[in-house]
Design a protein around this ligand. Structure first.
Ligand SMILES: NC(=O)c1ccc[n+]([C@@H]2O[C@H](COP(=O)([O-])OP(=O)(O)OC[C@H]3O[C@@H](n4cnc5c(N)ncnc54)[C@H](O)[C@@H]3O)[C@@H](O)[C@H]2O)c1
Length: 263
């Protein structure tokens, strides 16, 4: 799908990757960019900068997501591209409290379901549309420091795959963005696992360029870090060997974390 003259909605558009995507959609000639975020001020600032429309929405609330879609259709006449980008993380493994699991499930996964449920009937009526999920490399591989993030990002990828298979022949293009580290507030510079991600991180603007190219090229899988394709191939070629490699990496990073704590 081309970007020019399109009406584009981006959730989590107030900061980081979402803000960079909003700026890039505007620069590429989108007709309207709806900058949606739970943080009203952040959405307003980005919208003002690019001449877009600010919207306040908590993507974990189906009512909010329905309102975002309905208001945009009323105001702009249509939605061509909807980017389910807002996402959160938390650290930890089996000790992660149930409330945190639920929070990540709602923001990283159910938000995508609510968005698809709200916008797909409209896109089917028009015979075209594009849905973009900002998932993560953690959804194809794993995030050593966070069980809940790894699981919910796998689910994010799985739902994007399902949408592509179900609606791809009915005019709806689906893309799934799976970066490794991206230099945003998301990364905690004091944590060796995140430092490792930061070492190979790209800028949010790089991700935004890849997203635009991917949408134009009608690509399902958008990989701002091309090495993810290689890592994923290793995983699927020899799962056990991949697990061993990840165990070694976890040991190395955990030792670095303990050393840092002791210092
Ligand atoms: N930064 C990374 O290293 C990285 C890597 C891979 C994938 N991702 C994914 O990219 C997406 C964006 O992350 P980012 O790095 O730009 O993070 P960020 O923290 O810089 O920005 C996230 C934005 O989402 C908003 N948000 C949070 N909860 C929300 C909610 N319930 N409803 C609506 N908006 C909400 C925040 O206010 C913020 O503006 C996420 O889905 C994340 O999982 C990030």
């Amino acid at each position: 799908m081309q970007i020019e003259e399109k009406v584009v909605v981006v959730t989590g558009g107030g900061h980081g990757i979402g803000a960079a995507m909003c700026r890039q959609f505007a620069a590429e000639g989108a007709d309207r960019v709806i900058v949606s975020d739970i943080n009203e001020d952040a959405a307003a600032a980005v919208a003002e900068e690019i001449g877009g429309i600010a919207n306040t929405c908590d993507v974990s609330s189906e009512r909010d997501v329905q309102a975002l879609v309905q208001q945009t259709i009323q105001q702009c006449g249509r939605i061509d591209i909807l980017c389910s980008n807002a996402g959160i993380t938390t650290k930890g493994g089996i000790e992660t409290p149930d409330d945190d699991w639920q929070w990540l499930w709602d923001v990283n996964v159910m938000s995508r379901v609510y968005a698809a449920r709200a916008v797909i009937p409209h896109m089917l009526n028009r015979g075209s549309g594009c849905i973009v999920h900002t998932a993560s490399g953690a959804g194809l591989l794993t995030e050593i420091g966070s069980a809940a993030y790894s699981v919910t990002k796998h689910a994010d990828v799985a739902f994007a795959e399902w949408l592509a298979v179900r609606y791809g022949r009915e005019g709806i293009e689906v893309s799934c963005v799976c970066p490794l580290g991206v230099a945003t507030d998301f990364l905690d510079h004091d944590d060796p696992i995140h430092q490792f991600l930061h070492a190979t991180s790209v800028l949010p603007e790089d991700v935004a360029h890849c997203v635009i190219d991917g949408i134009r090229g009608q690509r399902f899988m958008i990989l701002p870090h091309p090495e993810v394709e290689e890592f994923f191939a290793w995983k699927t070629q020899d799962y056990d060997k991949w697990i061993s490699g990840m165990q070694r990496m976890r040991q190395k990073l955990t030792r670095a974390k303990k050393k840092k704590k002791a210092a």
